[in-house]
Design a protein around this ligand. Sequence first.
Ligand code: GLN
Length: 241
Amino acid sequence: MKLTIGYLYPDLLNLYGDCGNIQCLKKRLEWRGMEASIVPLSSESRIDFTRLDIVMLGGGSDREQELAARGLRSLRKELGCYLEDNGVLLAICGGYQLLGDYYKTGRKTIKCLELLHFYTECGSKRLVQNVVVQSPFFSSPVVGFVNHGGRTHIGDYTPLGEVLYGFGNTETSHREGLLYKNTLGTYLHGPLLPKNPEICDFLIARALHRKYGKKVCLDPLPDGAEKRANSYLVKNLVFYP
Ligand code: GLN
């Protein structure tokens, strides 16, 4: 079995090395005898979303985000069909914000893709912190790091989970991220998937299910180091801060 992973705008949206998440997807497929092909999709590329099984949209500064928004709006229809057709999409921080209606920075309003109807507005200070989230979709708490100025108001969408430590979509909502069909939006930057292999396998399983039409049971991998790192963070941030 093989998955094709598209990385949208690596030239603009790769803050904190978000692209490393793609290596994690690839390695976890290969360790189980499957294949991954990675397709970087720059603003110059012609993109056929019907050939993609997983798409990643990373984070970026306001300037890069604005440039990306312009290009991505021209792909709005195709990306919208992919998302509605249960295409797996991981959207991180600035990429997450771009899926909504708009992002109001301190200076202007960036028109986003309007694929999902939520919005983001810049707050008075940046939210920079480690974060721990309890998600009903995963057995271990989700751990990560955030650094953003926007506050995302997701309305009735399903959040990724409840914040146990740090900041969520806004500093007061106590809810982090969003899950819609097979689209996961989150503020957790950088090594999200290496730190949370359960999320990586969740995305892989959904993509395999969509492509091959049967429920896939992934072989467990030796994630002892990841589990110990997760317990350490949860213990030190949530229980004995
Ligand atoms: N520019 C956005 C913000 O500050 C997203 C930043 C990011 O991707 N870290 O809210």
